[in-house]
Ligand binder design. Structure first.
Ligand code: BTN
Length: 251
């Protein structure tokens, strides 16, 4: 089995600046918290924080993110120099899909807004959590990425296991991390949603989207230029949805 170490990743890394400086931990509450702390103290763009496990991993909407050994749990620090593009989470998600597919040879898609899924079953293989700060002369975005690279599904709670998958039965974390960093570096500044639309498994599907004060069911027809999901309802209305608690693909 190949080692998953800072040295092994550095030896494979083809990036110019992303991940060239890194913090490696065996366990941490959340790599996003470590990266946020470093960002507020002025850490440079490109800082990578990796941990073999997380004791308080977070998902979207403050949900718990289970982070057992064998997964790839990391955060990178970007400094877009102002408010980040609203499309950044989707552009990063598509970059992650390309890396997963290149390393594992399994078709990988993005389930709007932030789920990394393997095709054709659309089981969840990972997710992204972007957190940012603008102002005080110190603007930053932390891109937190969790991938079930090589996890034992028995290590996940039953309700997570029911919808999850592992990307590989081999330890591919070294190759996968190097590939994700490469894809992110080459694409994160783009606002072109074409590669996102190509990866977005939600488009063309019947969906139910739920948010705090409502829900809508219909056909997911497109992403608007800001990355919001455009849903056409059976009565012919078009709803543009910016964020949600759940987006379920119905068929
Ligand atoms: C989601 O699907 O809701 C997003 C999950 C994001 C998990 C990653 S793991 C690395 C980083 N640290 C965290 O606490 N969360 C992100």
């Amino acid at each position: 089995m190949k080692p998953f170490t800072a040295e092994a990743v550095a030896a494979r890394l083809g990036t110019r600046w992303l991940g060239r400086q890194s913090i490696w931990l065996d366990v941490v509450g959340s790599t996003n918290d470590e990266a946020r702390r470093a960002a507020s103290e002025g850490a440079p763009e490109g800082l990578l924080v990796v941990s073999r496990t997380q004791s308080a991993g977070r998902g979207r909407m403050g949900r718990t993110w289970m982070s057992p050994l064998g997964g790839l749990w990391f955060s990178v620090l970007l400094r877009p120099g102002g408010p980040p593009s609203p499309t950044l989470p989707l552009v990063c998600g598509a970059a992650v899909c390309r890396a997963v597919e290149a390393v594992s040879s399994q078709p990988c898609g993005l389930k709007w807004p932030n789920d990394i899924v393997l095709l054709p079953e659309l089981r969840k293989a990972g997710g992204l959590l972007l957190e940012g700060h603008v102002g005080d002369g110190n603007s930053w975005v932390v891109v937190g990425i969790g991938l079930n690279a090589h996890v034992n599904l028995q290590d996940l709670d039953p309700e997570v296991r029911a919808i999850a998958t592992t990307i590989s039965h081999e330890d591919i974390r070294t190759e996968l991390l190097a590939a994700v960093l490469q894809e992110l570096e080459s694409s994160y500044q783009s606002t072109d949603l074409t590669p996102v639309r190509e990866r977005c498994v939600t488009l063309g599907k019947q969906v139910r989207v739920e948010w705090e004060s409502g829900q809508v069911e219909g056909l997911a027809v497109d992403l608007d230029p800001q990355g919001a999901l455009v849903v056409q309802t059976p009565d012919g209305r078009t709803e543009t949805i910016w964020s949600c608690q759940h987006c379920t693909i119905l068929g």
